[in-house]
Write a protein that binds this ligand. Structure first.
Ligand code: 4GW
Ligand code: MN
Length: 375
């Protein structure tokens, strides 16, 4: 009898517990389905910056960020009290790194940029006879430029038929962009800003993350990798090292939009090597082109053409990274002690194929030659 009672009350307890559990299940099911219906459609809304409904749901964009850790790597430990180099400036007063050999570990950088699956566009202009430089340019870039990463060569030319046939490594492609040429060589050089700007908007923004914009009369002779990439970067001109700013060949006429007063200026940047994200390159090229057009309207042209406008831009829009002269040297120049690598060098332009009557004038006007400093 007693035992039966116990069994009865045990059974009832069990039954009540079951009911309680089922009610709990029902309530939590209702709760989650209501919340689920509310929050999941909002995830896409959350991603669109115009509509801010973050406060009404619990899931934010931050919760959806993927965690991408690096893999275990073996490398020398950095030491807080041991500078990597003491012979050169490695960081600007606005904390932009200046890239020199031994100042970075390319394996760490490659791992980071591979994770982002970064795509790089290399723009180059080969107008008129300058198509003669394309073969060496692309062949050496295949050997040294961003090896292992996704690269699009954007070749702007008025002579697409002159494009040499070069086999490219996997993940790399060559895009020939047919453009008009200009009569004056100064204009050929300067209009690069306008064309890079326009193509950034129409095409590059959809195809690549970063742009690297360089001269074509060049060859790569050592590695140039993702260490150069940053929001917006410029390159030290090989003709200057630590000279006083008033001796930089900035535009000094107040009438020009490129004017820089003698008591201002950080570095003298080269016109033939800049880059950054497509967005930043768009801003830079748009500024330079607009400034050039203003000057054109006032019948004035800056002393070193696009290079002068670029220097003006970088004075008031500081680059986030600066490439040292390793990234832009000149073939045949002596090699100073601080220059441990010559990664990208300007070729001497005495090639028969490009020599013409105007070359005499050109010899006096090359941005590289004129600023030659002896070491
Ligand atoms: C004089 O006769 C010329 S032609 C000066 C520049 C010329 C030129 C330049 C050209 O006929 N075709 C051309 O495509 N360019 C592009 O502008 C090319 O990409 C070249 O690298 C860039 C700047 O010209 P540059 O290399 O001769 O300038 P510097 O001597 O300052 O590096
Ligand atoms: Mn050049």
């Amino acid at each position: 009898m007693q035992q039966e009672k116990y069994e009865k009350s045990g059974g009832r307890k069990y039954f009540l517990f079951l009911i309680y559990f089922m009610v709990l299940l029902l309530v939590s099911f209702c709760w989650f389905s209501i919340r689920g219906n509310r929050s999941y459609p909002d995830i896409s809304i959350l991603c669109s910056p115009q509509i801010r409904t973050v406060h009404i749901v619990n899931i934010s964009q931050l919760d959806l960020l993927p965690d991408l850790p690096l893999e275990r790597m073996m490398y020398e430990q950095p030491k807080a009290l041991k500078p990597l180099r003491t012979d050169v400036l490695m960081v600007t007063p606005w904390l932009a790194p200046i890239i020199w050999d031994s100042s970075f570990n390319i394996d760490i950088l490659n791992a980071q940029f591979h994770q982002k699956n970064v795509r790089i566009g290399l723009t180059v202009f080969a107008i008129k006879k300058y198509t003669v430089f394309l073969q060496t340019f692309v062949e050496t870039a295949e050997k040294f430029f961003m090896v292992g990463h996704k690269v699009n060569y954007y070749i702007f030319t008025d002579r697409p038929n002159d494009m040499p046939n070069i086999t490219l490594a996997e993940g790399r492609q060559l895009v020939v962009l047919k453009v008009l040429s200009y009569k004056r060589w100064q204009e050929v050089s300067m209009r690069r800003m306008e064309m890079i700007r326009d193509y950034s908007k129409e095409r590059f923004i959809h195809e690549v993350d970063y742009l690297v914009c360089v001269d074509v009369d060049m060859k790569f002779s050592d590695e140039v990798g993702v260490e150069i990439l940053s929001d917006v970067f410029g390159t030290l001109h090989p003709g200057y090292n630590g000279g006083p700013r008033e001796r930089f060949t900035y535009e000094r006429r107040k009438a020009s939009t490129a004017y820089i007063p003698p008591d201002e200026g950080d570095f003298y940047y080269a016109g033939g090597y800049f880059g950054g994200t497509v967005e930043e390159v768009y801003k830079l090229t748009n500024f330079c082109h607009t400034a050039m057009m203003t000057d054109k309207g006032n019948n004035i042209e800056a002393v070193w053409h696009d290079e002068s406008y670029l220097n003006k831009y970088f004075l008031y829009h500081k680059p986030t990274k600066i490439l040292s002269q390793e990234y832009l040297w000149v073939e045949g120049w002596g090699v100073p002690e601080f220059l441990k690598k010559r990664r990208f060098v300007a070729l001497q332009k005495n090639h028969n194929a490009i020599r013409n009557k105007r070359d005499l004038d050109r010899m006096r006007n090359s941005r590289m030659r004129n600023k030659f400093q002896k070491y």
